[in-house]
Design a protein around this ligand. Structure first.
Ligand code: SAH
Length: 340
């Protein structure tokens, strides 16, 4: 819902100021449309239905996995595609994975989104509408910006959406922003008062390998990125989650685990190893044995590490594959850093 357009329309209709908050409250609590807002005059509900689209997004396709994961392929008013995922856990946690951009301007070599043509930044309303879509299905309480795009390159809109997430049921502590290491964004997040979680996609401790996997490493080299993460920790006292996607024969050898452990202060970072979800870029994921050996080596060197549970495999909804549908790449979304 475009709240700017709503505010303008309400003003044109000569409605009192409190209407905006009234309508947002219904929407954030999962109302399916203006017609359900029983404390609005019927005439106003009709007028809004005609003039302010209830969502800035239309759902093109929705897939339901056997583990309860739901993936939605959505389209903006100007025809851009994006995806968002709801992950359901046995402990009752309901976690969203949302997109910040349609496509992505970065070109990480293992990621399907990077192969897709970059569309544009999503507006704050388009980010909120991804969450609202799932809020209409059930209550939600966690969110990760790990769908399409680099959230730090669209940080104004991402933060604007985060400011409204608590109304939907997702506190800032339970919201994680994941970045390739875009330093100006990390700095802005450090200065922002919201207690958001920071997650860093690291993927290789060795600078040359990291640059091969993530060309953005040439622009924002890892030592400078880590220094920015450490300033974030100093200010916020919230641990930074490191994402490390496990690629067979590329970054999954035991000495590479040692190098990673040497690089990271265990008081500040926690490592989340991500089983690679196959895409059509020609890389293979590490075996479960290799992932476990890597994790054990990290632990042996004092570095806390977990292996990410992959969700939604059977509907092709996993991390880095969120170009699916749009590109007919098979996808699967894994979960989040379990923020909060
Ligand atoms: N641009 C941000 C936000 C996207 S997050 C970032 O990179 O952090 C998407 C996460 O999924 C990143 O950690 C990314 O490296 C990871 N990923 C990308 N492709 C993947 C794949 N095929 N399998 C598993 N994880 C993948």
């Amino acid at each position: 819902m475009n709240l700017d357009l709503l505010a303008q329309t309400l003003a044109q209709l000569g409605e009192p100021k409190y209407r905006l908050a009234q309508i947002w409250k219904w929407t954030a609590q999962g109302a399916a449309g203006y017609e359900q807002m029983t404390n609005l005059p019927a005439r106003l509900r009709d007028e809004l239905t005609a003039r302010v689209p209830f969502s800035t997004l239309t759902v093109e396709h929705e897939a339901h996995a056997s583990d309860g994961t739901i993936k939605a392929l959505m389209r903006t008013e100007d025809g851009r595609v994006l995806e968002a995922v709801l992950m359901r856990y046995r402990d009752g946690r309901r976690s969203l994975c949302v997109s910040s951009q349609s496509g992505c301007p970065l070109t990480c070599s293992f990621c399907a989104t990077g192969k897709m043509k970059f569309g544009r930044n999503l507006s704050a309303w388009e980010i909120l509408d991804q969450a609202l879509h799932f809020r209409r299905i059930e209550s939600v309480d966690h969110c990760v910006f790990m769908g399409m795009g680099e959230p730090m390159m669209n940080l104004d809109n991402v933060l604007e959406a985060c400011r409204r997430f608590p109304d939907i049921g997702i506190t800032n502590r339970r919201t994680a922003i994941s970045t390739v290491g875009w330093i100006p964004g990390i700095e802005r997040m450090t200065a922002d008062p919201m207690p958001l979680r920071l997650a860093l996609s690291l993927h290789a401790a060795d600078p040359q390998l990291r640059s091969q996997l993530m060309p953005v490493n040439d622009r924002h080299p890892l030592p400078e990125v880590l220094a920015a993460c450490e300033r974030f920790y100093e200010r916020k006292r919230r641990m930074v989650f490191v994402e490390y996607v496990m690629l067979a024969g590329i970054n999954d050898a035991v000495p590479q685990a040692r190098a990673l452990a040497r690089l990271l202060d265990p008081r500040i970072y926690k490592v989340n190893l991500i089983p690679y979800n196959p895409t059509d870029v020609g890389m293979a994921g590490s075996t479960p044995g290799a992932i476990e050996a890597f994790r054990e080596e990290l632990e042996r060197h004092g570095m806390g590490a977990t292996v990410r549970l992959t969700r939604g495999r059977d509907i092709a909804a996993a991390c880095g594959q969120l170009a699916a549908g749009a590109l007919s790449v098979q996808a699967a979304t894994a979960v989040g850093t379990g923020a909060g």
